[in-house]
Every structure is written in C-alpha cells, then in structure tokens.
Design a protein around this ligand. Structure first.
Ligand code: EPZ
Length: 465
C-alpha cells in the first residue's frame, strides 16, 4: 500500500486547475444504462472510483468504447448487451456509489439485482429512501442474500408518481439520482418532493435532458419528470469538482499561501466560501474569461478563476453541515483540520453523517486540541501542529490529514493513501506544483529502509532477588 511522506511548513503558491467532479461523473456514467446509444463524457477525473464504475458498467454490458483520451479523460460507454442486470457485491462494496445503477437498470431493462452497499468509515449508509422512491414508481423490490432485487410491474414499465424523498438527515443525493433517472422512462409524470439540490443532481438532470428527458426543477427541492419512451445518446461535460476545489482552498488557507484556482465551481461553493471569509481567508474571483461551457466567452460561475489567500490570523468559526446549499459534509474534515490553527475555539457539527470524525483522533496525534461530544467537535486553535505518522480512513478524512501535514512542523506520514486515490487525482503531484513537499512511497519498501535497526544487547540475567 502507498503512503505519503509530507514535510510541512511551506506556503503553497501558484496556479492549479480543478478536475471534473467524481460525485457528478459516477451517476452520469450510471445513466448511460438508460439508452443503447453512445454516451460520451468529457472532463472525467482519472480516479479509482471511476475505474470501478467502468468495470461495473462493463459487467452490465455497457463497456467503454475506444480509449479514454487525456487527463481529465474523455470517454464513451455504450450498452451493447442489455441482458445483464447484476451489480455484484465485490464491486459495490468497494464503491458505494454503485447503487446508482439501480434506477437506470430497472427503468431500461425491467429488472436489476444490485448488492446492498455496506456501511463505511463515515457511518451507516442506508438505502431505504432509494427503495421507497422506486417502489412508488411501481417497482417490486425484495432482498435476497444481500442483494436488492427489483423488477418493473407486469407490462414492464414504471409509472409516474408523487414521491416524498426526505429522510431523517434531509434528502439523499444518490437516491434522488436513482429515482429521477428511473422516472425519465416511466409512463406519466413524477414529482419528487424533498429532492437533493446538490449541483451533481443539476448536472445529471442537464445530461438526461440532453438525452431527451423532460425534467424541470433540478436544483430545487421539487423535481418534476414527464416520462418519455426512450432516450438518445449524448456528449456531456462533467461539472468541476466542488469538493476538490474546497479542499484546495483549505490548502491555501492552512499554509498561509496564495493560490489561484482555475475551473473553480464558485457558484456551488457559497457556503464554504462564506466560512472562509469568516475565517479571514480572501477568495477573490479573477475575471479571466477562460471560455465557458456555452462558448460565450464570459465567465461561467461554475468554471471561474479565483485567488485564495489568508489575510492575517485565522479566525475561529462555527460550522454545521447541511444538505446543499448548506455547508457540505464532504468538506467538514478539511475545514476542521484547517481550524486547528485558528486563533480561538471553533465548533464543528456534523448533521449528515454524525459519525464522520475518524480524522479527529489522528489530528490529535499531531497536537490538535479537539474535543468531540457526539456529532459536535470543539476545535481549540493551537499555534502549531507537529508532524506524526497518521492513518487515512476515508476519502475526506484523508484529505484533512494531508492539509494538516502541509502546515505541520516536521514530517507527517499518512498511511493507506488508497483512500485518497478514490477521490483525488495525483493529489501529491498536483500539490507539489504549488510547492508542497509530498513524496508517495510504497510502504513495504519504505518500512525496510526507514525503520532504524536498533542493536539490542542480550539482557543480563536478572538475578533472582
Ligand atoms: C453522496 O452520497 C456523496 N457521494 C457523498 O460523498 C456525500 O457525502 C453525500 O452524498 C452527502 O452529500 C456521491 O455522490 C458518490 P446521501 P449519498 O444519500 O448519496 C441518509 C464523498 O466523500 N440516507 O445524500 O450516498 C444517509 O445515511 C462521498 O465523496 C438515508 O437515511 O449520501 C445520510 O445520513 C462520501 N436513507 C444522509 O441521508 C437513504 O436511503 C445523506 O446521504 C439514503 C441516505
């Protein structure tokens, strides 16, 4: 397994470009199952989770056609064999987002067998809302040996319905993706109330509409879908990754750096930027028209350029994670790590995944003053963090540890960075272009070299008393 060795203390400076969004690309790829025409996606990040989704689609008779081009990549997938309907456990367990093939398979092929995704490092990951929504569309759903088995009603077509998709923690992003995708081919009209408003849902609705779906309200809590007979292929560009962008903003803030971020979805980051401003971090939009998705030459607020730097001491703030447009849970770990170096006490409350605090104990190993009480952590700012060996646990917790390592004095070794590779493409190399001192090591080789051999003298026999 690889690990990062980070020598902290350098201010990050320079320019960096945000990649395409992992959390947009995954449901977009799954939606290719809704048609037998080619679906081309541009700006797809080269990540472990994307590779897992492509493997899953291949097993479902929807392989990648031709070679991926460039990085971020342009790739095309197309359903060639629509007889397969089983999303196997050994793929879904490694990538929970595999659940988002359920709706498209059911709507297009009339049946689906998808492994129940297990829990993960950030807590339970139920799918009851997904199933409730699909049953409302007429699906017959049962569980069999850990798999969700879903079929369309007799006659083979889902029917439109009015569905409330809210749960105890707000809406569900992938649940909304599943139900919205399935409803595009249902007979009649579907209204999803308490739909997820995340930008990734807006991007999915945009692609589905370009495929011939009739969708309105995406981005609001109420989405209306008028079912159609069939969908065509599409050529679609994935939106930039707002979580990667927010992570890079924190990297500039925690190192007291000065970083220009390109292809930045500022329009999808208002809650995070609000907190950065309160922390005394400047996020200045630079009106460099870098071309827009519509080619108009203006500045697309989803593909902006901004300069991020801290103005003076970092101030403590209160952060509570909420469904979009609230503060994103996927940036909680990164902001908590950054606030470890603020000039006072911050309060971070996690309302989406109350157990999402595996990074807290690791930050404490680096000298952070963090005290957890249930779903809330009090972060008492310290003057400095000290490098230490720490353990990555989930994707965003790992990113928080990288940020802490960048700012810490001394060396931080982050083990199990495969967690990071799921959601950040070559993060070590890309931060390195900004001056970070990060080396990726194979921890098997490194362990042999790095652990000093301590000569142990044979112990003198202990004289019995
Ligand atoms: C998506 O996961 C993201 N993943 C997550 O990002 C993100 O943290 C999450 O949305 C919340 O924003 C992808 O898009 C691939 P949810 P998703 O269903 O859709 C509860 C990352 O780091 N819930 O919106 O699986 C659930 O337990 C990942 O990139 C139910 O109760 O999350 C949670 O408390 C991690 N029943 C809340 O809703 C359900 O049926 C939000 O979950 C579904 C969810």
């Amino acid at each position: 397994m690889d690990r990062f060795v980070i020598k902290g203390g350098t201010r990050l400076e320079g320019r960096i470009r945000v990649n395409g969004s992992k959390n947009a690309a995954l449901p977009l790829l799954a939606a290719a199952l809704l048609t037998d025409q080619p679906v081309t996606l541009r700006g797809v990040p080269n990540l472990a989770d994307i590779a897992s989704m492509l493997r899953l689609l291949g097993e479902l008779g929807c392989p990648k056609t031709g070679e991926s081009i460039g990085s971020p990549q342009t790739l095309t997938v197309q359903s060639r064999d629509e007889s397969a309907c089983h999303a196997r456990y050994d793929i879904v367990r490694t990538m929970r987002a595999g659940i988002c093939v359920l709706g498209p398979l059911l709507a297009r092929r009339g049946s689906a067998r998808v492994s129940m995704p297990g829990g993960c490092a950030i807590g339970d990951r139920p799918v009851d809302l997904h199933l409730r929504g699909l049953e409302a569309l007429g699906a017959r759903i049962s569980l069999d040996s850990g798999d969700i088995v879903a079929t369309t009603p007799p006659g083979g077509r889902l029917r439109g319905a009015r569905i409330f998709l809210g749960g105890p923690f707000g809406s569900t992003v992938l649940g909304t993706a599943n139900v919205m995708s399935a409803a595009t081919l249902a007979r009649g009209t579907t209204v999803i109330e308490s739909a997820a408003c995340e930008p990734e849902i807006v991007d999915l609705a945009a692609m589905l509409s370009a495929m011939g779906a009739r969708i309105s309200g995406a981005g609001s809590p109420r989405i209306t879908i008028h079912g159609v007979e069939a969908l065509t292929g599409v050529d679609h560009e994935v939106i930039p990754d707002r979580i990667e962008a927010g992570t890079l903003m924190c990297a500039a803030a925690i190192t007291d750096g000065d970083v220009v971020i390109e292809n930045c979805p500022l329009d999808a980051l208002m809650a995070a930027v609000d907190r950065l401003h309160a922390m005394g971090v400047s996020v200045e939009e630079l009106h460099e028209s870098r071309g827009t998705s519509d080619g108009a030459g203006g500045v697309d607020p989803m593909r902006a350029t901004c300069r991020v730097r801290r103005i003076g001491a970092m101030k403590p703030v209160e952060i509570t994670t909420q469904p979009h447009p609230g503060f994103p849970t996927d940036l909680q770990a990164q902001f908590l790590a950054t606030l470890c170096l603020s000039s006072g006490n911050s309060v971070v409350t996690e309302k989406i995944f109350p157990e999402r605090f595996l990074h807290v104990a690791e930050l404490a190993r680096m000298g952070a003053q963090v005290n957890r009480a249930g779903a809330t952590v009090i972060v008492s700012g310290v003057h400095r963090l000290v490098g230490a060996p720490v353990m990555a646990s989930d994707l965003r917790a790992s990113a928080g540890l990288v940020l802490a390592g960048l700012a810490a004095t001394g060396t931080t070794v982050i083990n199990r960075v495969y967690h990071l590779d799921r959601g950040y493409e070559h993060l070590d190399q890309r931060l390195g272009t900004l001056g970070a001192r990060i080396v990726r090591e194979d921890d098997r080789a490194a362990t042999e070299e790095r652990v000093p051999v301590i000569e142990t003298k044979p112990r003198e026999s202990v004289r019995s008393a």
